[in-house]
Design a protein around this ligand. Structure first.
Ligand SMILES: Cc1cc2nc3c(=O)[nH]c(=O)nc-3n(C[C@H](O)[C@H](O)[C@H](O)COP(=O)(O)OP(=O)(O)OC[C@H]3O[C@@H](n4cnc5c(N)ncnc54)[C@H](O)[C@@H]3O)c2cc1C
Length: 337
């Protein structure tokens, strides 16, 4: 724990799972932490869309827990009722045939919504929402930030953490050092998502399905997850390669093509209320997965799923481990003084 009278300040850009876990751990180690988030709430891609009498997890669908540290965190979430196991009737569609899934993976979801763990982590943190940071500068050992909405941020910071998808992080790091992007090659792909809300329960033999060899790669009944209320809503994800190829397509046209495919799979959405969302950077991670990046000379840290396997668990671990690295580095610095 750092000396409270010398509390170093740290700005974190992004209130997804990586930014939130990093902030929690840094705050516990004695840092003064401020998060800037461009959306109106926390959770990033682990998110939930709310409509008129319906809601749907339209980003991450479920998560797994393999690392002991993350299992411990999940146990806390479960104890406090914000996450739990999901046991869908799971099928696979491949080469025109349906079969039962043989997967024995334990799957977990936020309760009552996918963004519940993010909201839970956000409690007690200083987060400024609706702030898109589009300029950063490092001068005389301090970071200054500039937001699209409010201009210059008054406060200066000792450290900066970028907890945002790689392409967005590199747009910022290119302002100070282009070699950061050049040395961290990662290809992130988009995802077209359709949410279909029905007034009646759909009579399908599965709650979720992995689809191979079609435009669609995943389909799931949101109401089969624990704690969900409201009208029956299905989330449909197009596959990453198709989504990326057609990322600039008009929303309605993307939705139309996905729904045609869904109909072929037995989900007829003609009478459903439809919502379409485009994720510009949905998936992808560095091949060697370094976990995190610290640039000690300029007091900059990078974390996020793209540095740690590309999933929810990796995002949380990346943020947590980056916080520990920064605390160690800061302790060294203070011992030198
Ligand atoms: C469609 C889809 C399906 C998925 N399915 C699964 C799944 O089933 N299982 C699984 O484990 N994972 C899944 N994932 C991946 C999972 O959602 C991510 O791995 C995880 O949520 C990433 O967390 P993060 O904190 O690294 O990034 P993010 O959640 O992207 O958080 C980054 C945050 O930074 C904010 N931000 C970005 N730029 C700026 C800026 N300039 N200024 C201020 N704020 C900014 C964003 O608004 C966002 O809130 C899926 C993702 C998508 C999109």
């Amino acid at each position: 724990m750092l000396n409270a009278s010398l509390k170093p300040s740290i700005a974190i850009i992004g209130a997804g799972l990586a930014g939130l876990s990093c902030a929690k751990q840094l705050q516990a180690s004695g840092f003064k932490v401020q998060i800037f988030e461009k959306s109106r709430g926390p959770s990033g891609r682990m998110s939930t869309r709310n409509g008129n009498h319906w809601s749907a997890d339209h980003g991450a669908q479920y998560f797994t827990a393999r690392d002991p540290l993350f299992i411990e965190e999940l146990n806390n979430w479960a104890k406090d009722g914000v996450a739990g196991a999901w046991h869908p009737r799971l099928k696979v569609f491949e080469k025109g045939q349906w079969r039962e899934s043989t997967s024995i993976e334990n799957r977990y979801v936020g309760i009552p919504a996918m963004n519940s763990p993010g909201k839970y982590l956000a409690k007690g943190l200083h987060i400024t929402y609706s702030q898109t940071i589009h300029q950063i500068a490092f001068k005389d050992g301090k970071w200054t930030l500039h937001s699209q909405e409010d201009g210059s941020i008054d406060e200066q910071f000792d450290w900066l953490v970028l907890a945002i998808p790689a392409p967005q992080a590199f747009t910022l790091t290119n302002l100070i050092d282009q070699s950061i992007a050049e040395k961290n090659i990662v290809d992130m792909l988009g995802c077209w998502t359709v949410m279909a809300t029905f007034t009646k329960k759909q009579d399908l033999a599965f709650d979720a399905a992995f689809i191979n060899g079609e435009i669609i790669s995943w389909i799931s009944r949101n109401n089969s997850k624990p704690g969900r209320e409201g009208l029956e809503t299905w989330t449909i994800h197009a596959n990453p390669q198709w989504s990326q190829q057609w990322i600039e397509l008009d929303k309605d046209e993307a939705g139309k093509r996905i729904l045609e495919c869904a109909q072929g799979l037995g989900l007829d959405c003609q009478n459903a209320q439809i919502s379409v969302h485009r994720w510009r950077y949905a998936s992808g991670s560095m091949e060697a997965s370094p976990g995190l990046k610290v640039y000690e000379d300029i007091h900059l840290g990078l974390c996020g799923d793209w540095l740690h396997g590309g999933r929810v668990e990796g995002a949380w671990l990346s943020g947590h481990q980056l916080a520990n690295e920064i605390s160690t580095e800061q302790t060294h610095l203070m011992n030198k003084v």
